[in-house]
Design a protein around this ligand. Structure first.
Ligand SMILES: [Zn+2]
Length: 428
């Protein structure tokens, strides 16, 4: 009954009108048990159209005129039994006064209020403190939260040697990939188990599973019954981060935007949709220039949509609203290499060395928030970069691959329909 009472109070105060008795509660029986149901049903009753509420208001035997929690006594009868009845003279006075509907102050439209994040994160998200696990390095921690290693170095001046972090140390991070509730479990290998099978059971790739082991498995190719495999199950986003969605925080307008001008080494597919922030426009030019210096020759780079003039929705894109997103075609070989239309790439048509150089040139601006790229293309670039001697720590920072396309990780992440182009979001 206590809980019901609180509910009733909340309902009455949230309505803000004196003693609304919804049709539902009037119809309900007045037993204590029904009171519980009534009280809980109240908030929806409060949303009833105006007429219904007025009818309810005119109902006899609803004398309460006081605002606030005390007024709740009139809201529902079972609760009233708990509260001292008003003095008789007041009831009489109320009866003498002509009843007219009290003007209600219109409530402002409920706006989705996103709380402010931490100033060190430019107010975008709160700070998260990651506790270093055995076997982790700073690049992988950066990848886990979709940020750059250099961001962590900057945010954690207390780390004397960023190359040498220890289990239990705390690392501050402004996460782009929101931290989740994590539960550590240990799976005991059964006869007949394979690592692939265990990984699949927990929706992990084998690589992601191996990464979770604090003590490396003796022989990942031959796991033995009785061996223990560490699994980290990811639950919902941590409560403090639930109101935030860094991928969506973009804004809906483009103020003081500029159009990407034509360039010698790139082709703008639809110039009227190539409006970006001056920063974005400069970075696109800079990245393509850098790419071109390293890889002279070859086809032009095809630049897709950025935003329309002034920004705002740009169907069919979900983003591209504030001049900070750009679509870039993969560098291709074969007959489509110079085709301004984006075409789906495969082993035969994707120019892996050139595309990797181009992606790298964008990443080296250090202003990329994320890149959306099909998982299969990620695999090609990852393997190529590896063969070129890019350290695994760097790849752990940059790529979601090989953790599976559903495991959020890294700056370069899978998003459907990015097999014919990649999508770059800049920070500013
Ligand atoms: Zn895009």
């Amino acid at each position: 009954m206590g809980a019901a009472w609180i509910c009733a109070i909340v309902a009455a105060t949230s309505v803000g009108a004196p003693a609304p008795v919804s049709g539902r509660s009037a119809a309900g029986p007045s037993s204590g048990r029904a009171g519980t149901v009534e009280a809980e049903a109240e908030p929806s009753g409060a949303r009833d159209p105006e007429g219904k509420r007025r009818r309810a208001h005119a109902e006899p035997g609803a004398p309460g005129r006081r605002r606030g929690p005390e007024g709740a006594e009139a809201t529902d009868r079972p609760a009233a039994a708990l509260v001292p009845t008003p003095p008789p003279e007041r009831v009489a006075a109320a009866a003498r006064r002509p009843k007219r509907p009290k003007r209600r102050r219109r409530r402002p439209k409920p706006r989705r209020v996103v709380p402010k994040g931490h100033p060190d994160c430019d107010g975008r998200v709160p700070i998260h403190e990651h506790v270093v696990q055995k076997g982790e390095h700073l690049g992988r921690i950066a990848g886990k939260y979709g940020v750059r290693r250099r961001d962590l170095v900057r945010l954690n001046p207390h780390l004397r040697d960023p190359d040498l972090i220890h289990p239990g140390q705390r690392v501050r991070v402004c996460p782009e990939i929101l931290p989740r509730v994590e539960t550590e479990i240990f799976y005991t290998v059964q006869p007949g188990d394979t690592l692939t099978g265990i990984a699949a059971q927990y929706d992990l790739s084998v690589e992601a599973l191996l990464e979770l082991q604090k003590e490396p498995l003796e022989d990942p190719n031959r796991i033995r019954p009785g061996e223990r495999v560490r699994i980290v199950v990811q639950g919902p986003v941590l409560p403090a981060f639930r109101p935030f969605d860094p991928e969506r925080v973009e804004g809906d307008r483009l103020v003081a935007g500029m159009q990407l001008p034509p360039g010698a080494h790139y082709h703008v597919k639809r110039p009227h949709l190539a409006w970006g922030t001056p920063h974005t426009v400069r970075l696109i030019q800079k990245a393509i220039d850098r790419y071109r210096r390293r890889r002279p020759g070859g086809p032009k780079i095809f630049v897709g949509d950025i935003s329309k003039r002034g920004g705002g929705k740009l169907p069919p894109h979900l983003s591209h609203r504030a001049g900070r997103d750009v679509d870039i075609g993969y560098v291709r070989r074969g007959k489509n290499a110079n085709n301004p239309r984006f075409t789906v790439v495969d082993d035969r048509t994707l120019d892996v060395p050139r595309t990797w150089e181009l992606v790298k040139a964008f990443l080296e601006t250090n202003e990329v928030r994320f890149i959306f790229m099909d998982y299969r293309v990620q695999k090609k670039l990852y393997e190529y970069a590896r063969s070129q001697g890019v350290p695994k720590e760097t790849l752990d920072e940059l790529f979601q691959y090989p953790r599976g396309r559903h495991r959020a990780h890294g700056i370069i992440r899978h998003w459907r329909s990015h097999r014919d182009h990649f999508h770059v979001r800049f920070r500013k």
